[in-house]
Design a protein around this ligand. Structure first.
Ligand SMILES: *Cc1c(COP(=O)(O)O)cnc(C)c1O
Length: 384
């Protein structure tokens, strides 16, 4: 049979896998420990922290989707990123994006303060800055694209090749697009990490993460650390995530269609200054987007005409968008990065990163698009 599509693989993952019952849906195994066939022989499973059948099913499905060789499910996206740092020795250098996810920025910064690693934050869209950083002899290069909240795109293939050349491992945070829109291992990365909390589970009811590696050896090293440090995810979370993931391709299709329409609406609105969305033809990295993404995804942001107070008023007038951080669920979420997701950044750092007070970020959900647009329209009208 020819290679199956992502959609088929996701829908079929673990279906009819339990011959003891013939259950169509995969069972939830909660047992913390498993019986040994005899004193000398371990079974396939022996202790839940090390390996659990439900978690293993989710791991294998995600490894298949990312075209990896092995991986592990952990307790959160941050646990996945911290797990990668176990591959580094004290004072090894990691190169990270200057505009990476706030939690990652905090983790790298504080691990460096403990002398566990060294970190250099770089604008990876600036090739000269990138070259200079590579000359410092990094052991790991961390990539995140599209960036949050401005949807900047960097060239994964180019950065992964540069990392390989200097003997560094490349790690890509693929949370914003999910494996149905971008496959970093195919583009040369060594490791992919996800916050499963976002698109992969997709229903805003699990916090989880995963790592997937491009070789069995690397995957085993990561799994060894996940077991050693006790980072592996719980079975019920894995079971919910398998259930949520079934509809990932369908959700992404609908949410992306909605985001396209919303981006076009916002672009043409006279109360909007600027729209950031990878699906717009005038996106500064449109060429890279065409090469490395199979679609623009469903995250966008825009600058409303006005100040912080106008922005707050606008958000208050909305009825269909929940005011919340996070993203990737079926429901539309809206936030004001300057005082919510990026409030921890100093105002000067925010200014440098281009995050203005009038910036609004939307995780576009699966609601009927006409309802979302008319809600936005009403909120704009009420500002006048
Ligand atoms: C949410 C997020 C994380 C962290 O994931 P958690 O599951 O919240 O720990 C990491 N990277 C990106 C891009 C995210 O959006």
């Amino acid at each position: 049979m020819t290679k199956k599509s992502d959609q088929t693989r996701i829908v079929q993952a673990g279906i009819g896998m339990d011959p003891s019952t013939g259950a169509v849906a995969p069972p939830l195994h909660t047992s913390s420990t498993f019986i040994w066939p005899d004193c000398e022989t371990k079974g396939q499973f022996d202790y839940g922290r090390t390996k659990n059948p439900t978690r293993e099913l989710l791991t294998n499905s995600l490894v298949e989707l990312e075209n990896g060789k092995g991986g592990e499910i952990v307790n959160s996206g941050m646990a996945a990123i911290d797990l990668c740092l176990n591959l580094l020795n004290a004072e090894d250098l990691i190169i990270a994006p200057h505009d990476c996810y706030g939690g990652s920025h905090r983790l790298f910064t504080h691990r460096a303060l403990q002398n566990r690693i060294r970190v250099e934050f770089v604008d990876q869209g600036d090739e000269n800055a990138l070259q200079a950083a590579m000359a410092l002899g990094p052991k790991m290069v961390f990539i995140e694209t599209p960036s949050n909240p401005l949807m900047r795109i960097v060239d994964i293939q180019m950065i992964a090749a540069m990392a390989r050349e200097v003997g560094a491992l490349s790690v890509c945070d693929n949370t914003f697009l999910s494996p149905v829109r971008q496959k970093p291992l195919d583009l040369g990365c060594d490791i992919v990490v996800h916050s499963n909390t976002k698109y992969i589970n997709g229903h805003s009811d699990v916090v989880g993460g995963c790592i997937i590696a491009n070789t069995a050896e690397l995957a085993e090293r990561l799994r060894w650390w996940a077991n050693c440090a006790g980072l592996t995810g719980g079975p019920f979370d894995a079971w919910l995530t398998i259930r949520g993931m079934r509809t990932l391709p369908a959700r992404m299709d609908i949410q992306e269609d909605n985001a396209r329409v919303m981006a076009a609406f916002l672009t043409s609105h006279d109360q909007v200054d600027r729209v950031y969305y990878p699906g717009l033809a005038n996106h500064p990295q449109a060429q890279i987007i065409r090469r490395q993404q199979s679609g623009p995804g469903a995250m966008l942001s825009f600058e409303i005409k006005g100040e912080l107070s106008t922005t707050k008023d606008f958000l208050c007038h909305l009825e269909l968008f929940s005011l919340a951080a996070s993203l990737g669920g079926t429901e539309s979420l809206i936030c004001q990065p300057a005082i919510m997701t990026h409030a921890g950044m100093a105002p000067e750092a925010r200014r440098k990163a281009g995050i203005k007070d009038n910036l609004i970020r939307i995780s576009v959900g699966m609601e009927k698009i006409n309802d979302l647009i008319s809600d936005l329209e009403t909120a704009f009208e009420r500002l006048e």
